[in-house]
Design a protein around this ligand. Structure first.
Ligand SMILES: NC(=O)c1ccc[n+]([C@@H]2O[C@H](COP(=O)([O-])OP(=O)(O)OC[C@H]3O[C@@H](n4cnc5c(N)ncnc54)[C@H](OP(=O)(O)O)[C@@H]3O)[C@@H](O)[C@H]2O)c1
Length: 244
């Protein structure tokens, strides 16, 4: 693996498990110094950080619930202080509370928007204070932003549509500073979020399998590269043909 991101500092939200952990591993393998947040999985977070440090990476785990704006701001500040700057923000932390409209609890609605949408804005707002030319904001949205796909997905879809729309606005605001902002929209991907549902989902995917977390991480790494400087305000779908 080339060290194409050496001298870069990245913060990945929700990096303790699944897709977020694959992104942390990939950015670290590519040479970036990586901070990542976690909320409910301290053991997995510490194990990941120790594992990557053992292979020569510079990685720190920060406990920060994305539902808490102060915790998100502190995570950004701590990353910049610890590593001396911040170049890449990956908004990965996300939750799925699934329920049909008749039964949806408004407290769950608010939590979904706090974690999946407000935290993305708060992190971007805080991160751009530290970013300079070449900065990258990458948010993990979902194909659910374009197609609900399953019953009980109305609120999740709304959050993912919201981050795609917000990202277009961030791209307009930040382009004059040479900072790009994009959304990656995965289709069904093997992770904690899809555990147990894999067999049900497979027939919906023309490629006949779910995505791998490493495939999402590879697209993140590409968007971080200088070659991707002309991509901004985009929602990039990576879904094995699910939306085709
Ligand atoms: N899997 C899919 O098929 C799929 C498809 C499209 C989009 N996505 C999106 O991809 C992203 C990652 O999903 P995933 O499938 O990897 O989910 P996952 O297996 O449930 O993992 C979620 C990650 O986010 C963290 N997280 C959750 N709530 C958090 C909070 N309040 N504060 C901080 N971190 C929090 C978790 O850490 P802790 O355990 O430490 O809390 C964990 O590291 C999400 O934005 C999701 O919407 C997933």
């Amino acid at each position: 693996m080339s060290q194409s991101l050496s001298n870069q500092v990245a913060l990945v939200t929700g990096g303790s498990r699944s897709i977020g952990a694959a992104i942390v591993r990939r950015l670290s393998a590519d040479g970036a110094k990586v901070a990542f947040t976690y909320s409910a999985s301290p053991d997995k977070a510490e194990a990941l950080a120790r594992d990557l440090e053992a292979s020569g990476g510079e990685v720190i785990a920060i406990k920060a619930d994305s539902a808490d704006p102060d915790a998100v701001r502190s995570a950004v500040a701590r990353t910049a202080e610890h590593f001396g700057g911040l170049d890449i923000l990956v908004n990965n932390a996300g939750i799925l509370i699934r329920e049909t409209v008749e039964n949806y609890d408004l407290a769950d609605f608010d939590r979904m928007f706090a974690v999946n949408v407000r935290a993305v804005f708060v992190a971007a707002q805080a991160a751009t204070k530290h970013m300079s030319e070449g900065g990258r904001i990458i948010t993990i949205g979902s194909v659910a932003g374009d197609r609900s796909g399953f019953p009980g997905a109305s609120v999740y879809s709304a959050t993912k549509g919201a981050v795609a729309a917000m990202t277009r606005g961030l791209a307009r605001d930040l382009s004059p500073r040479g900072i790009t902002a994009n959304t990656i929209q995965p289709g069904p991907t093997e992770s904690g979020m899809t555990v147990g549902g894999g067999e049900m989902l497979k027939p919906l995917l023309p490629v006949g399998r779910l995505g791998k977390d490493t495939e999402i991480a590879a697209l993140v790494a590409y968007l971080c590269s200088p070659e991707a400087a002309f991509i901004t305000g985009s929602a990039l779908t990576i879904d094995g043909g699910y939306l085709a």
